[in-house]
Ligand binder design. Structure first.
Ligand code: G3I
Length: 319
């Protein structure tokens, strides 16, 4: 029977992948599905390449956990997505508390991005260089980066990443970009102005955190708009959550929802791949953030494939 990465490749995509957190890897069932060679052609570190993990104090870099994920990807023959260089969250307090002048913060960003991207040089297909820069209404998120440097921090981060690894693809990644509207328009304007200025930018990541029955119907249209700017796109953190426990009817709807998201990516040739934000309900981030919700992944917490698995295959047109 068909499998997820096999189906993605048959549809002309580069990969089907998953987020992986270091703690998950002590679970041998988890590890064997992850490395079965047919479901996952790509991995993203769920936490261990973030700023708080890699530069917990200024100038002091640790890559131990990130390297575990990178080395596992290598031994499994999987592509790696880097996540992430600059984000307001999981930011150590020495950065988030502010107090740096504009020129110092600029140099802090340059050092962080070039060191992290440089450490993984040659190993990463694409990097989420900037994560979640916008509010849902399309205004800029007023984090320490924007408050100190206005929008210039984006180009600073992209340029630093480019000099550290000229061949990795540089992405900006955000959620709620999947619908036509102000947030997608804000991303379109940003990437268009970066392009005009000659700043390196290769891709837009659409995270894809959805709710069962509410998957965007304008996803394909947004993907086409972004691709029209001259960049590639990817679904970088797909999951489709619901109230738990999920009924049979809900799981059937979820399968259709997965199918529709995958079909939108399939239909856009420069949509290079899809990553789920972990593949099993056992380790999904959802219940920790949304109380009473979960069941968002294609495998349940006991590693049974849910109807969503077949929905993904259907979306790739592979049955
Ligand atoms: O590392 C500590 C550990 O020492 C402590 O014992 C434990 C107790 O709760 O917490 C651990 O930190 C947790 C960390 O994940 C590592 O497991 C944090 O509390 C928890 O908040 C953190 O959650 C992560 C979340 O980002 C933080 O915003 C999720 O695992 C991760 O899946 C999630 O991923 C984000 C993407 O990066 C960006 N897009 C949204 C997505 C979902 O929130």
């Amino acid at each position: 029977s068909a499998q997820l990465n096999t189906a993605a490749k048959a549809a002309g995509k580069l990969y089907f992948g998953t987020a992986v957190d270091n703690g998950d890897l002590s679970d041998s069932t988890y590890k064997s599905i992850l490395g079965n060679g047919v479901d996952f052609g790509q991995v993203t570190a769920a936490n261990s390449m973030k700023w708080d993990a890699t530069e917990p104090s200024r100038g002091s870099f640790t890559f131990t956990n990130g390297d575990v994920i990178a080395n596992l990807a290598k031994s499994n023959g999987q592509l790696l997505r880097g996540h992430n260089c600059v984000w307001y969250n999981q930011l150590p307090s020495w950065v988030s508390s502010g107090g740096f002048s504009a020129s110092t913060l600029q140099s802090v960003i340059t050092t962080h991005c070039s060191t992290v991207v440089g450490h993984y040089k040659g190993q990463v297909y694409s990097w989420d260089v900037v994560n979640e820069p916008f509010n849902d209404d399309g205004t800029w998120r007023t984090d320490v980066f924007y408050n100190t440097l206005n929008t210039s921090y984006v180009a600073t981060a992209l340029n630093a990443a480019k000099s550290a690894d000229s061949s990795t693809k540089l992405y900006i990644n955000d959620y709620n970009l999947e619908y036509t509207g102000s947030k997608a328009t804000a991303m379109e304007s940003l990437v268009s102005s970066l392009k005009s200025a000659g700043t390196p930018i290769d891709g837009i990541g659409l995270q894809g955190h959805f709710i069962v029955g509410q998957v965007s119907t304008s996803l394909q249209s947004v993907l086409n708009t972004f691709v029209g700017l001259g960049v590639e796109v990817a679904i970088t953190e797909l999951d489709i959550r619901t109230t738990v426990p999920a009924s049979t009817a809900t799981l059937a709807q979820q399968s259709t929802d997965y199918q529709n998201v995958i079909a939108a990516c399939k239909a856009v040739s420069k949509c290079v791949g899809v990553t789920v934000w972990d593949f099993t309900d056992k380790y999904s981030w959802v219940p920790n953030t949304f109380s009473g919700q979960g069941a968002a992944c294609p495998w349940d917490a006991s590693y049974n494939k849910k109807p969503a698995y077949q929905g993904i295959l259907n979306g790739f047109g592979y049955t």
